[in-house]
Design a binder for this molecule. Structure first.
Ligand code: ASP
Length: 396
């Protein structure tokens, strides 16, 4: 009984609660222990980058043919795009139904926004690695995935003896990294405690209330998508009870919440997917790394709501046509966002420019962005884990 109660998952929840309290009541302490959270985040990232590379490789080289890769790839992309689009739609419907209430303070307008503009062209250009070591050093996850896919596909054509050696080596490397991830998970209660305490101390809980109309709409939309849309999809296509499934994978969601980074959460997602919910290694190793960088339901929903909020703040009425443009660009902008903190804020410039909204609007929502980032990242990872379950079910 006691052993069950003091599981790492429960300690992580306690870590988050203590983090909020410490950040609020003892901000100095929270700021002073920031290094603990940073160390935790860094070690996660240190494992995540090589893990992305080897897990994609191992997963593809375990497939029997190119045909199987195509099959799994198409299913994954279909799931990712359709759920992301559904998330945006949920965001837009939520705004239309509940709106943002009355007057919105335009405080903060005119602050310098450091986000540079994001374009689809630069996104496509950024997919192609120029120097793979640079991609590793700079944590360019999509470039690493593309290179790893190339390498793995080429390996399928290798003479048998060489192929076996290479695959065995990468497989061993993969297992070793997962083992390290398991050790890091033991540290999550402390890591999340420090990360959450720091965010609360640094931003102050009060900022949430200053923009509460907007925060409520985002949170409500995210909840509907996570519980209703994704829950139903998990039930119908994954044949799992979403609540039980959530309890099994919650460690990954909690880490996503505290780190605001899908990529940094990847070692934990891969570990729970393989150990707790028994998803096949070849499926988890492909679907999750890809999902961590291109499947962002929470980000997509948030971007649509944020764009509509900015329009509202400037007193701009959005026509149906403009809302359709928001729907399309928010879906793409979420795909283009990297799995790191605040990435969604940068790619949102794509949505804003598409409908001619002032980019300075971002400055206003900046104050609450970190809090919303924690929530949207949790939904991003939740979407990935449900996707992995579904693809696993449909893959032999
Ligand atoms: N932080 C998010 C993630 O890593 C991306 C974003 O919305 O900023 O999934």
């Amino acid at each position: 009984m006691w052993k069950r109660l003091i599981s790492i998952e429960n300690l992580t929840v306690i870590g988050i609660i203590l983090g909020v309290l410490t950040g609020y009541y003892f901000p100095e302490i929270a700021l002073g222990i920031k290094f603990l959270g940073e160390a935790f985040l860094n070690i996660l990232k240190a494992v995540a980058i090589p893990l992305i590379f080897v897990s994609v490789f191992v997963s593809i080289s375990a497939l029997s043919s190119i045909y199987e890769l195509k099959d799994m790839g198409i299913k994954t992309i279909v799931y990712y795009f359709s759920t992301t689009a559904l998330a945006v739609l949920t965001g837009i419907i939520t705004v239309n139904l509940i709106g943002f209430g009355g007057e919105i303070p335009r405080s903060g307008l005119g602050e310098n926004v450091t986000s540079h503009e994001f374009s689809l062209r630069s996104f496509f250009e950024s997919l192609i690695p120029e120097n793979i070591f640079m991609s590793f050093a700079q944590g360019k996850v999509l470039q690493i995935i593309i290179f790893s896919i190339l390498l793995a596909v080429a390996t399928l054509y290798l003479e048998r003896r060489k192929k076996e050696v290479l695959v065995l080596f990468m497989d061993g490397f993969n297992d070793v990294l997962i083992r390290i991830a398991r050790w890091i998970i033991l540290l999550t209660p402390i890591g999340v405690f420090s990360l959450v305490a720091y965010v609360i101390a640094d931003r102050g809980l009060g900022t949430i209330f200053s923009l509460w109309h907007y925060v409520v709409v985002v949170v409500f939309g995210l909840l509907i998508h996570a519980v209703f849309n994704l829950g139903l999809i998990a039930f119908i296509f994954g044949k799992v009870n979403p609540f039980k499934y959530f309890l099994k994978v919650r460690e990954a969601i909690l880490v996503a919440f505290s780190t605001s980074s899908s990529s940094a959460t990847l070692p934990v997602s891969l570990e729970v997917a393989q150990d707790k919910v028994k998803i096949k290694k070849k499926v988890a190793g492909f679907v999750l790394p890809l999902g961590a960088t291109i499947n962002m339901d929470g980000t997509a929903l948030y971007e649509s709501v944020a764009a509509m909020f900015i329009a509202h703040m400037y007193g701009i009425e959005l026509s149906l046509g403009e809302q359709i443009i928001i729907f399309l660009t928010a879906t793409l902008a979420a795909v283009g966002a990297a799995g790191i903190p605040s990435a969604g804020l940068v790619t949102m410039t794509l949505v804003l420019s598409a409908v001619g909204l002032p980019l300075e609007g971002v400055a206003v929502i900046l104050a609450v962005d970190r809090f919303l980032d924690m929530l949207r990242t949790s939904i991003n990872v939740w979407g990935d884990l449900i996707g992995a379950k579904i693809i696993d079910r449909f893959t032999k």
